[in-house]
Design a binder for this molecule. Structure first.
Ligand code: AMP
Length: 506
């Protein structure tokens, strides 16, 4: 067996190839035999189009089982799978194609016109389409290809995928993930979360991101079991399908929405084994409410595009609200100062990580790679946090979110935690924007609860004054209905910073 990730998956496929792999919300069923055949059809087509090992295949398509088969076909053909967020528009796609120079682009039917233009500029010779109903030229052109394909041997360090970071600061960077980065992390998670025969995963995440693509799908593939595939999160659908699932993975927003659904109750989740949350901080309030309502304790974990998953609350043992758990078995985590020197237990600093899961570097950005991976192999995550005496990791924000006002450091999380406890407040985001005297001025944007009296800005300011040092106090407090979030449920502080950038201009 080579180190191709697909070979690892295939070694774990069920004995009966007719066993279910994916069932869609419309009831279409795909077996492991279908997976094997369709990934072979697609891999043959890619090779016939001239794709050779190391070539990139860029994909901007809606979620479908065939999109998963395409990911697997790329692995089998030795190509690097490069999924793109379906929200990206022409200028963004031009950047990604120009940067990655893929051999093939697969896009949604109807977008081949403008994507074709971007592909031509990038000298990408082939543009195919894939729709959500098993339609498009990818299917048409590969249907008659053989349903057996000899998976191309790959070494551990060979490229399996490129995932671009969301690029909230500067240009998006292509994280190069090897076959072993993905395999080692999947094996570790499969074990940590005790996947077992017969598990059914409810999959409502997007598949252009590490969470839905690698964390969720790779665990299922290693387990040789089934998943129920929803095109996107829809609380009604999830409530309907939960009784048939045993595991669900979601971003925190999923759990907030489920709690807001009148049909969501303990009975529905009786035989669920595990609810996992990640990609953004899970609020303690959500964690507690979920436990009260269902009897289940959400397991929070932490990871990122460049590294896969890093820490997890225990499957057996204490799952702590607000902590993302302990380092996974083969992952080293340290808290360091800006020079990479380890800090003592309990001290807050930058989270750095090392392990087989840590990516190979940024695509065609050797300088950036050098700046973010230290010589001893530790990757500087850019997240700020601490590790307590029991080894649990507590994240307090992103280093780039740190506000420096009048020379003082303001950690947004500290201010947010104060505001979040006030009546009528759902959640808050504290940001720094240019200020003529202080360098940065602190601003709080506060989302009100959907029901009840809204909080008043003056009251929040007055209360904060009694709780925090003057330099940490927001100079303005804005009340809004909700905070802007991206597809992964992350609060988009960059959007808020942009909205308020002229707030203090003279
Ligand atoms: P991405 O590369 O899009 O997956 O984003 C990774 C970033 O999401 C991390 O660097 C963290 O800032 C954040 N993140 C992921 N999981 C968690 C979590 N459980 N708690 C807090 N932040 C998280």
């Amino acid at each position: 067996m080579s180190d191709n990730l697909y070979d690892l998956f295939a070694s774990r496929f069920p004995a009966d190839p007719d066993d279910l792999f994916i069932e869609t919300d419309s009831g279409a069923r795909y077996s492991y035999a279908d997976l094997d055949a369709w990934s072979a059809h697609f891999a043959h087509l890619l090779v016939d189009l001239g794709v050779t090992p190391g070539d990139r295949v860029a994909v901007q398509v809606d979620k479908s089982p065939e999109a998963i088969f395409l990911y697997l076909a790329c692995l089998r053909a030795g190509a690097a799978y490069l999924p793109l967020n379906t929200a990206y528009q022409q200028a963004e796609i031009e950047y990604f194609l120009g940067d990655a120079e893929p051999r093939v682009v697969v896009c949604r039917p109807g977008t081949e016109g403008w994507i074709g233009e971007a592909a031509a500029k990038a000298k990408t010779p082939h543009v195919l389409t894939l729709g959500q109903n098993a339609d498009g030229t990818l299917i048409e052109q590969s249907r008659t290809k053989p349903s057996r394909f000899d998976t191309i041997a790959r070494a551990k360090d060979d490229l399996g995928a490129i995932l671009y970071t969301s690029g909230t600061t500067g240009r998006s960077k292509g994280g190069m993930l090897t076959h072993w980065n993905l395999a080692s992390n999947a094996l570790t998670l499969h074990k940590a979360w005790a996947f077992r025969p017969g598990d059914v995963l409810l999959h409502a995440l997007p598949i252009f991101h590490t969470h839905g693509l690698f964390v969720a799908t790779n665990c299922v593939l290693l387990n040789g079991s089934a998943m129920i595939f929803l095109p996107k999160f829809d609380a009604d659908q999830v409530v309907k399908l939960l009784p048939r699932a045993t595991v669900m993975m979601g971003v925190p927003t999923f759990y907030v929405r489920l709690l807001g659904h009148t049909g969501f109750n303990q009975e529905l989740v009786q035989h669920m084994r595990l609810f996992i949350a990640g990609s953004a901080p899970l609020l303690t309030e959500t964690f507690n409410l979920f436990r009260e309502r269902t009897g289940h304790t959400i397991l929070e974990r932490y990871g990122m595009t460049e590294t896969g998953m890093l820490t997890s609350n225990p499957y057996e043992g204490d799952r702590l609200a607000g902590s993302c758990g302990r380092p996974l078995a083969d992952v080293e985590v340290r808290i360091a100062d800006e020079n990479g020197v380890s800090l003592a237990t309990g001290e807050t600093g930058i989270i750095e990580v090392r392990g087989p899961n840590v990516f190979k570097g940024y695509w065609r950005m050797p300088e950036k790679t050098k700046a973010e991976i230290r010589e001893d192999g530790f990757f500087i995550t850019g997240d700020v946090g601490r590790i307590d005496e029991k080894g649990y990791v507590w994240i307090s924000g992103r280093a780039k979110d740190l506000i420096i006002s009048g020379g003082f450091n303001v950690y947004p999380k500290e201010v947010e935690e104060e505001i979040d406890q006030m009546p009528g407040v759902e959640e808050s985001a504290v940001i720094g924007v240019p200020h003529p005297d202080f360098g940065e001025g602190v601003i709080a944007v506060v989302a009100r609860k959907s029901a009840g009296d809204p909080p008043r800005a003056e009251e929040i300011s007055a209360r904060l004054k009694t709780r925090l040092a003057a330099y940490k106090l927001p100079k303005h407090v804005f009340i809004v209905d909700e905070l802007p979030r991206n597809a992964m449920g992350k609060v988009q502080k960059n959007v808020l910073r942009d909205q308020h950038k002229d707030r203090f201009s003279r």
